[in-house]
Design a binder for this molecule. Structure first.
Ligand code: NDP
Length: 309
C-alpha cells in the first residue's frame, strides 16, 4: 500500500518530509512519478489534474490537503467507491478565527483609512462603533465558522450564524436553511462567508443577498472566490449600500493584475492566506486514516459526496 500526493503548482516536499518524519518506512510518492499505480491505495490531493484518479485501480481514499474539498469534488471522474476525507485541525481553525477577527477590527477601527490619511499627513479622527454595537453574521457554522463566531462573541460582538441545519450555540442565534436566510442577512452589519463551495452556495454573495444586508454592511469572504459575484460587489459598494469588503479568495488565483479589486479603495485583498494547512500538524490525522483504511475501520473527517462538503 502506497500514498501518492497530487497537486499542481505546490511544493509537496514539506508533506513528504512530515509524513516520513512520523513514519520513515512509509512508501510516499508524488504524482506523476508514482508507478506502479496499482500500489497506490491512499491519495493526498490539492488541485489535482482532473481525471488523474482513474489510473489507480486500487485507490480507496482521497484526503484533501486542506479543509475544503471542492477541488476534489469538481472532478466528475472520481470512482464511486473512493472515500473522500478532509483536514480538521486546531491550528487551521485558530488561524482562521484570528484572521477574521483582525479583518473585522481593521474595518471597524478604520485602519485602512488611517493608513491612507497617514500618507497625506492628514490628522482626521473618525467616529467609531464599539464591538457591542455591531452584529457579525457568520455564513457557515461548521468547524471554522463555529470558532470564528465564538471568538467574535467573546470580544463583545453580537454574533449570528447561518447553517443548513438548526444548532444551539449559546447566545449566538443560528438561522437554518434557505427559509431563514433573509432573516439572518438582516442582522449582519458585517457578513463573513465561511461556507463550503457547493452548487447551492456558488454565487451566494450576489446583489440580491447584499441588498438584504443592513445599509453600510461590510463583506468578508474567506471561503472560495466562486461564492462571490465580483460585479455585484463592485456595484453595491459604488451604490453606497456596502461599506466595502475584505477578500482572501478569488475566482482566479493569483488575482489577475488588471482586476478592479486590486486598486479599489474600499476593497482589501489578501492572497488566500487566511488559514493555511501546516503539514506537521496535519499528518497525524492523515496517518490515522491511512491505518484505519488498512484495518477496515471507519475513516475520520469523511465528506458527504451528496452534500458536497
Ligand atoms: P464545514 O463543512 O465544517 O462547515 C460548513 C458549514 O456550512 C456548515 O455549518 C454547514 O451547515 C454550512 N452549509 C453548507 N452548505 C450550506 C447551505 N447550502 N446553506 C446553509 N449552510 C450551509 O467547513 P469548514 O468550516 O471546515 O470550512 C468552510 C470552508 O472554508 C471550506 O470549505 C473552505 O472552502 C474554506 N477555507 C478557506 C481557507 C482560507 O485560507 N481562505 C482555509 C480553510 C478553509 P451544517 O452545519 O448544517 O451542515
Amino acid at each position: 500500500m502506497s500514498i501518492s500526493i497530487f497537486s499542481q503548482g505546490r511544493d509537496l516536499n514539506p508533506w513528504v518530509k512530515a509524513l516520513k518524519a512520523e513514519r520513515p518506512e512509509l512508501d510516499v510518492r508524488i504524482y506523476p512519478d508514482d508507478q506502479p499505480r496499482e500500489d497506490v491505495t491512499f491519495a493526498l490531493a490539492w488541485n489535482h489534474p482532473l481525471g488523474a484518479f482513474t489510473e489507480y485501480p486500487n485507490l480507496k481514499c482521497i484526503s484533501s490537503l486542506g479543509a475544503g474539498v471542492d477541488h476534489i469534488l469538481k472532478d466528475p471522474a472520481i470512482p464511486e467507491p473512493v472515500q473522500i476525507t478532509r483536514i480538521k485541525d486546531e491550528n487551521l481553525t485558530s488561524d482562521m478565527a484570528n484572521f477574521t477577527m483582525a479583518l473585522v477590527l481593521n474595518h471597524l477601527r478604520d485602519l485602512h483609512q488611517y493608513k491612507a490619511a497617514e500618507h497625506e499627513r492628514n490628522w482626521e479622527p473618525l467616529r467609531y462603533r464599539r464591538n457591542e454595537e455591531v452584529t457579525v453574521g457568520v455564513m457557515g457554522i461548521g468547524t471554522l465558522g463555529t470558532e470564528v463566531a465564538r471568538r467574535l462573541s467573546s470580544i463583545g460582538f453580537r454574533v449570528t450564524g447561518w447553517a443548513n441545519s438548526p444548532k444551539q450555540l449559546g447566545s449566538i442565534k443560528v438561522y437554518a436553511g434557505a427559509a431563514e436566510l433573509d432573516a439572518f442577512l438582516a442582522t449582519a452589519n458585517v457578513l463573513i462567508c465561511l461556507l463550503p463551495l457547493t452548487p447551492e452556495t456558488a454565487n451566494i454573495l450576489n446583489k440580491e443577498t447584499f441588498q438584504k444586508l443592513p445599509q453600510n454592511a461590510y463583506v468578508i469572504n474567506v471561503a472560495r472566490g466562486e461564492h462571490l459575484v465580483d460585479e455585484d460587489l463592485l456595484e453595491m459598494i459604488e451604490a453606497g449600500h456596502l461599506a466595502g469588503a475584505s477578500l482572501d479568495v478569488f475566482r482566479e488565483e493569483p488575482l489577475p493584475k488588471n482586476h478592479p479589486f486590486w486598486a479599489h479603495p474600499r476593497i482589501h485583498v489578501t492572497p488566500h492566506i487566511a488559514s493555511v494547512t501546516n503539514p506537521e500538524s496535519a499528518v497525524g490525522q492523515i496517518l490515522e486514516n491511512y491505518d484505519r483504511l488498512r484495518n477496515g475501520e471507519p475513516l475520520l473527517n469523511l465528506v458527504s459526496r451528496i452534500k458536497g462538503y
